[in-house]
Design a protein around this ligand. Structure first.
Ligand SMILES: *[C@@H]1O[C@H](CO)[C@@H](O)[C@H](O)[C@H]1NC(C)=O
Length: 340
């Protein structure tokens, strides 16, 4: 059995790695060997991106030579390295994008600048894949069409986001920009939250201190679950705005378009699901309810009426959900009544 597993996984792996060119795999290795996943070019040698390319290339033309005193170059480097780290955190082995730095501190790199006739620094280019390049002329890539990224005049965080967005629009991959020190930030948030919870548990109002752990955990996870089905992860990854207004100034609670949503929609659909769950649980509860002389519901008619009302509510809530889906995909084949 083990042997089969090994053979199957080897075959899968072999197939997977066959999809990528040797060059792209080599570039990924080189990226991982660098602290910020940026490969340094030396001696004007671009042979590592020679030949057909199945990957995107970011070329950075810059100088850290003090004689050039290039402040914007330093800033550009900061921006790019934040984004390259974020890219490799998500797509470590995708072999799909390489960040390559051509720095004038290495004198022979001047060749590349001369070929291009570049007089100013820094420049940041994104060059798409090209499968029809022949081997043997590594400088050919410099003549190909490229996208130019100009660092916008804004604060550092906005510049980083702008570069991430530039890459993600052109490569069609979303990039989640990481904060500078993820572990430090995590620890800080964790400790703050923990001390806050402990404080409330010790000194908080009795309604909280007397609640059992099990109850708190249960509610916490129900909340988490609702967040997840509401598309929380999507809104975070896409960095969508929380709320938006339409032309008339009204708040948009449900956006159109299959693959988009605003932050507030997490709450809208979460609340819809929560209401559905509550209504279902109460339906089960009433269904099992024993009508006796001492019970709250004293009569079978009331019980039946409640069941009917609850069923109606269920219908409306499911309609609400399918109307929401209809707003995004008008061809959705299983709608209930269209409510909005
Ligand atoms: C791809 O490379 C070939 C050969 O070098 C070139 O003729 C062609 O213009 C390149 N394509 C793009 C989009 O630059």
């Amino acid at each position: 059995m083990k042997l089969i597993n090994i053979v199957v996984s080897w075959l899968l792996w072999a197939q997977l790695s066959l999809c990528f060119s040797q060059e792209s795999i080599h570039l990924t290795e080189l990226s991982h060997a660098s602290d910020d996943f940026i490969i340094e070019v030396t001696d004007g040698d671009l042979s590592l991106i020679d030949g057909p390319r199945d990957y995107f290339t970011v070329l950075i033309f810059t100088s850290t030579d003090i004689a050039h005193g290039c402040q914007p170059c330093e800033e550009a480097r900061d921006i790019i390295s934040r984004v390259s780290k974020s890219w490799f955190a998500d797509y470590a082995e995708s072999n799909y994008l390489a960040f390559i730095n051509i720095d004038l501190i290495n004198k022979p790199n001047m060749n590349i600048f001369q070929v291009l006739g570049l007089q100013t620094i820094p420049h940041i280019w994104l060059i798409p894949p090209n499968h029809s390049v022949e081997y043997g002329n590594p400088y050919k890539i410099l003549q190909e069409g490229h996208f130019d990224f100009r660092v916008p005049k804004a604060n550092k965080d906005e510049q980083i986001l702008a570069f991430a967005q530039f890459l993600s629009e052109n490569t069609q991959r979303s990039i989640l920009v990481r904060t500078e020190e993820p572990i430090a930030k995590f620890l800080k948030t964790f400790l703050l939250t923990l001390s806050f919870i402990l404080l409330i548990k010790k000194k908080g109002p009795s309604i909280i201190t007397s609640t059992r752990k099990k109850t708190v955990t249960a509610w916490f996870f129900i909340g988490l679950l609702l967040f997840c089905i509401g598309g929380y992860q999507f809104t975070i990854q896409q960095g969508v705005p929380f709320i938006a207004r339409n032309d008339k100034g009204g708040i948009i609670f449900v956006s159109g378009g299959m693959s988009y949503q605003f932050g507030i929609e997490v709450f809208v659909s979460g609340a819809n699901y929560a209401a559905l769950a509550i209504s279902l649980v109460s339906l089960v509860y009433i269904g099992q309810y024993k009508v006796t002389d001492t019970s709250v519901i004293k009569n079978d008619y009331v019980k039946t009426a409640l069941i009917l009302v609850n069923t109606g509510v269920q219908y409306l809530l499911v309609s609400c959900l399918t109307s929401l889906i209809l707003r995004k995909d008008s061809n959705y084949p299983y709608p209930f009544t269209k409510l909005f």
